[in-house]
Design a protein around this ligand. Sequence first.
Ligand SMILES: Cc1ncc(COP(=O)(O)O)c(C=O)c1O
Length: 368
Amino acid sequence: MTHDVEGGPGSPIRGHLTDIEPYEPILPLDALSERCGVPVDRLIKLDGNENPYGCSPRVRRALADYPFYHIYPDPQHRELQEPLERYVGVGREHIVAGSGSDELIDLVLRVFLEPGDKVIDCVPTFGMYPFSTTVCGGKTVPVPRNDSYDVDVAAVKAAIDRRTKVIFVASPNNPTGNVTPKGDILKLVETGVVTVVDEAYYEFSGHTVAALVPKHPNLIVLRSFSKWAGLGGLRAGYGVFPVNVAALIRVIKIPYNVNIAAMIAVRESLADADYLKSNVKAIISERKRLSDRLKEQGVLEPLPSEANFILCRVLKGDAREIKHGLEKKGIFIRYFDRPLLRNMLRISVGKPEHTDALIEALAPWQGG
Ligand SMILES: Cc1ncc(COP(=O)(O)O)c(C=O)c1O
């Protein structure tokens, strides 16, 4: 008997995967360069919330010097346990590292979802939550944030039923940049549903609920090395879990989920945290300067942000047209046109010269 691997009736492909909406990734540097005709080293890439200062020089040196790339890594990444415990301030029995926080989102859903179970997303938010929910056989329940993009706690509570297994809250949220106050997170935790607070941008806000994890059996915090430590390309993140969940995730994850290069990079980043924190400080002060310059110019209206990006309303012109206009000059930003994000742009905070080039490139829209 032959199977229809295209999907549909009679196909061995799992039904919920046949019409899955792909996650929309940002394009790699060479594709961006080809699109606009600007060489890779002159692109101004403000579309991926990446760190414009790159990784720590200690990471580069340690990776160049490492002699054992032919040996498999430690599945329990033991050499990261002590430095992560020290950095997070929570016992190592709560912490598991992963291949970016993206992997930890997937692992959390594998732990909690039976087919058809529900996951609450406080939209607009990060696209990996609905993507991984679908892959894991769950159903996403979007609960809109209010006009200021705060989580609507009452609406989340009202949306919970017996099939609701997980609530995701990104704080700071992508793409809105705002933090969810600890009090609101605790109200969600009180519902008893597993509450995942995604703190991928924690270092730019200083707000965290990681210390609360040991006190709550249903609170999880996810963190990333992509943003503050400039390791997006190496894929490194970690989760802070209740002890039983951490233990189970260590068992069900693929053994070598954190590769040697990522492990070395995390170790060296944590050893060089002061240097990386000085880059975070520079990004935070550039965030203010970028916001001030945008306000003065009047083409875009920047919203307040506690992350390394700024969501903007378009005051003059059309978001899509501006995105494409900037692209021709080698400047890449994100554009949205969906409910709660109509005609909006998200701009990652770059170096001061990136801000200056962006402001200059936006000047043609100033006349309206
Ligand atoms: C809210 C949020 N969580 C997680 C991630 C993914 O982080 P990582 O690179 O560690 O997988 C991102 C990346 O943009 C994000 O915006």
